[in-house]
Design a protein around this ligand. Structure first.
Ligand code: ADP
Length: 427
């Protein structure tokens, strides 16, 4: 490159020198130098014109040239070639991605920051009767008109997926997951979860039916046991203890069936139906009275600072707090007091149940709310728990859009908090 610059410079000097000498011989040195420079400018302009004409048809090979102009042509050509290669590579990556999305069974739709369709795959077009590429640029909400989807999409809160019935007659159930990317663009995945939902429903129905069917024989067995134990004077003393144990186990089984039925019942109720204002303060007083009667040895303190009521289901919230309070008593030590509070902190309303009991090792926390998960099997069985309490609490929290937080230290006690967003409250 430097050598071509030097050659161009030499050419310039040579023109000035030659035209100067000829001009000096003719008696007009300045005029001839100007004429020489002018002809050089003409040559440069001609080369610029060739560049422009070539760039208008960049697929043509570059024009032949020499010196600095040859270099410029070659460099533009090499930049063009690299750009073309990069574009081909990019296009093949885009094609690859589009092909893989297109072959998916799940519907995929990309929308821009105005909510208009950018791209969608074949599965999405058949799910929502879209026409692609004709519908490119159309607002998605004009074409996918399901009210639940419209509310979900407009609310812009995509932390949890949305499950809805698909349009059409085949009663399919879709799960919609939205992720943001780029400058406000969104990627929407529509998954057919009909089979999963049906299986889940079958499981729930099975548990509910089995629990229901077991109740009647159990009631009969319990009835006979109670009658026999009540008339223990006529009873052979050898049978007294076994019969009492049978009675205890029957009570345990009854509690287990009650919890199983309750859990499958609250699982089948949908979040949107929770529209009753629950007076939490009054509910806590009621729970305290119930617990004082059943566990007179444990002091229950109630601290109510918040005045808000919660939009929700009274029985569900009552059962969640009762379960937490019963656990607090069950895993307590030395009849320490149990503190229940209803407070507001920042943008949240907190319903906490705190004990000063045995606490929980943090390794158990990720699985604690699973059905039948127990930290200490022998202790839980002794204390009469069913293993479903925290599963019920977790479910009630989720269906009320509350967060279940567990702060605990082994040997010092635990605090279970249901944190409701202020929007859940009726202020
Ligand atoms: P359970 O009926 O066995 O109490 P839960 O679902 O209510 O079942 O609780 C699950 C497990 O979590 C319990 O077995 C117990 O080990 C532990 N746990 C629950 N609450 C407390 C608490 N307040 N203090 C210590 N451990 C607790």
């Amino acid at each position: 490159m430097n050598s071509s610059w030097l050659a161009e410079l030499r050419r310039l000097l040579a023109i000035i020198a030659i035209s100067g000498v000829i001009g000096w011989i003719m008696g007009y040195p300045l005029l001839l130098i100007v004429l020489g420079l002018f002809s050089l400018i003409l040559i440069w302009l001609f080369q610029l014109w060739r560049i422009r004409t070539w760039l208008e048809h960049p697929d043509n090979p570059p024009p032949e040239s020499y010196g600095i102009w040859g270099h410029i042509f070659d460099q533009i050509y090499s930049i063009q070639r690299k750009n073309r290669e990069a574009r081909t590579l990019l296009q093949s990556s885009v094609d690859y991605l589009e092909d893989s999305f297109a072959s998916m069974h799940d519907g995929v739709v990309m929308v821009d920051n105005n909510g208009s369709i950018d791209w969608c795959n074949a599965a999405a077009t058949s799910m929502f009767a879209l026409q692609f590429p004709m519908d490119r640029g159309q607002p998605l909400l004009n074409l996918v008109r399901m009210p639940e989807f419209q509310t979900y999409f407009t609310a812009q809160d995509f932390d949890e997926p949305l499950t809805i019935e698909a349009p059409g007659e085949d009663l399919a159930i879709l799960q919609i997951q939205i992720t943001r990317f780029g400058d406000g663009n969104k990627l929407l995945f529509f998954r057919d979860v009909t089979r999963m939902v049906q299986m889940e429903q079958m499981r729930r129905d099975f548990v509910a039916n089995v629990s229901h069917e077991l109740r009647t024989p159990l009631t009969v067995i319990k009835g006979y046991l109670e009658t026999i134990i009540a008339n223990d004077r006529e009873l052979d003393p050898r049978y007294k203890k076994p019969l009492q144990q049978m009675d205890q186990q029957a009570i345990r089984m009854e509690n287990l069936l009650k919890d199983l039925l309750w859990l499958s019942r609250i699982e089948s109720v949908r979040t949107v139906q929770k529209t009753v204002n629950v007076n939490i303060a009054a509910m806590l007083e009621e729970i305290r009275d119930e617990l004082c009667e059943s566990h007179p040895d444990t002091p229950i303190n109630i601290n109510i600072e918040a005045t808000q009521t919660i939009l929700g289901d009274y029985r569900e919230l009552h059962s969640a707090v009762s379960n937490l309070a019963q656990n607090a008593i069950r895993y307590n030590r030395d009849n320490n007091p149990v503190d229940i509070s209803w407070t507001q902190e920042g943008g949240e309303l907190l319903l906490s149940v705190q004990d000063h009991g045995i606490g929980i090792d943090s390794i158990h926390l990720p699985r604690l709310t699973e059905r039948f998960y127990r930290v200490d099997e022998s202790r839980s069985t002794q204390t009469g728990g069913t293993g479903l309490g925290l599963a019920i609490v977790k479910h009630v929290a989720v269906s009320h859009r509350a967060d279940l937080r567990i702060d605990t230290r082994l040997g010092s006690g635990s605090r279970f908090t249901l944190a409701f967003p202020l929007q859940a409250a009726d202020i």
